[in-house]
Ligand binder design. Structure first.
Ligand code: TMP
Length: 244
């Protein structure tokens, strides 16, 4: 889909450099900035399950923009510059480290399955995991030595990323708790700027976080799509409503 330059304001769109499952990335006339466009496509189980969820891109763009602004206010360095319109945000261009960093406060999803834990089991300490971003291999869980041996990062960089992940987890637990939402787990990615500094990248939305209503334990995230629970869009709208 072509971007509407007038919507994007003073930043002229140059070319599409990436199209993923849920987002497209465009270069701009400023070499340090890109425009990220959020799509309505939803996928699960490594692309096996696919659907369109009406307005998901709009909701995720708005939710992620709010969350990123809160993180910036709390001192976390991120790629976020500003929300441009319903579907697009302006972000800093970076080299994304091909690792997924997952924080878990409550057992759920793949970790609950892998370790035989009941979903909902409150972990005595948060668990931080690294996955190798590789669709062909199904994004396997790895540790720091794997990441360094595979040439994906350095021990120094991973230490910094893990510190940022811990801080982000603390900030987000509090942010959502104040809205009556339990942050079960989430995934983030980090990017490297040309000077080597690390910034938080990708999105933070119900696509990438497990968010449960604190009282009813109702799932307000992508598990509604993954598990055919229905009312997917309504759950994302509820998250936006509480954040707004
Ligand atoms: P998991 O339980 O399936 O490993 O997911 C853990 C968290 O990471 C959950 O909040 C969803 C998020 N996640 C993504 O954002 N993208 C992914 O590709 C995967 C596998 C998980």
């Amino acid at each position: 889909m072509e971007l509407n330059n007038t919507e994007a304001g003073q930043w002229q769109v140059a070319e599409k450099i990436y199209e993923g499952k849920a987002k497209q990335i465009y270069t701009t006339n400023d070499p340090d900035l890109v425009i990220i466009r959020y799509k309505d496509d939803a996928t699960a189980y490594n692309g096996i399950k696919r659907a369109q969820i009406e307005n998901k891109g709009i909701l995720n763009n708005k939710i992620s923009s709010i969350v990123y602004q809160k993180l910036e206010q709390a001192g976390v360095k991120t790629h976020f510059v500003q929300q441009l319109n319903d579907r697009e945000q302006l972000c800093r261009r970076k080299n994304v480290i091909p690792l997924e960093f997952i924080a878990r406060n409550i057992a759920a999803g793949s970790m609950a399955r892998r370790l035989g834990l009941d979903e909902g089991h409150v972990l005595s300490v948060p668990i931080y995991e690294i996955c190798y971003k590789n669709d062909r291999l199904g994004d396997p869980v790895i540790n720091e030595s794997h990441a360094v041996a595979l040439g994906l990062s350095t021990f120094l960089e991973l230490t910094e990323a893990m510190e940022m992940l811990r801080l982000i987890n603390e900030i987000l637990i509090n942010l959502f708790a104040n809205l009556g939402i339990t942050l079960v787990d989430f995934k983030v990615e980090f990017g490297r700027l040309d000077d080597g500094s690390l910034i938080l990248a990708d999105e933070l939305s119900p696509d990438t976080c497990r968010l449960w209503d604190s009282e009813t334990l109702e799932r307000l995230d992508k598990d509604r799509f993954r598990r055919d629970l229905g009312r997917v869009g309504e759950a994302y709208e509820e998250i936006l409503k509480r954040l707004s």
